[in-house]
Structure formats: structure tokens, C-alpha cells
Design a protein. Structure first.
Length: 84
């Protein structure tokens, strides 16, 4: 199992990449906090300032690093999930 890390995902229900990333983390039992940027204007503004982009999902880790629209492989590597 992957090490427990604090993960916050910023996304929206209409976003297919957000649904894919959520599904990947859920399938591997990885805990995370989900913030819907359509329901939280301050969160949307914060991630746009942080990343300089409007792309989602943005997944922020406890070490301050983040991924924008990550592939499952990139997300798995970051959270310690071995490729299958």
C-alpha cells in the first residue's frame, strides 16, 4: 500500500480527467480531499495563481508539489503505487 500522504485534488464533476484521477486514487485506496472548483471560487482562483493555468485536475501534495492533469502512471509514481 502507498504511504499515507496528505493529498488535495481540485477538480469539477464535468471534467473527465478529474473523474479518471479520482477513480484511480479510489481504486488504490489512496485518501485525498476533493475540492470542486465550480462550487468554491476561492479554490479555483488559488489553483490558477499557483499553477498559472486553468487546467484541472490539480493535485497538491503535502510536500508542496503538484501535478496538473496527471496520467495514471505519473499519479501512481507520485503516491507510491507500483505499475501493474
Amino acid at each position: 500500500m502507498a504511504d499515507e500522504k496528505k493529498i488535495t485534488m481540485y477538480g469539477a464533476d464535468w471534467c473527465s480527467d478529474c473523474r479518471r484521477s479520482k477513480g484511480y486514487l479510489d481504486a488504490h485506496g489512496v485518501s485525498y480531499t476533493y475540492v470542486d472548483v465550480d462550487a468554491d471560487a476561492a479554490a479555483k482562483e488559488m489553483i490558477e495563481k499557483l499553477t498559472g493555468a486553468k487546467s484541472i485536475p490539480v493535485i497538491i501534495f503535502d510536500d508542496g508539489s503538484y501535478l496538473i492533469e496527471p496520467s495514471n502512471d505519473a499519479l501512481g509514481a507520485k503516491v507510491g503505487i507500483a505499475k501493474s
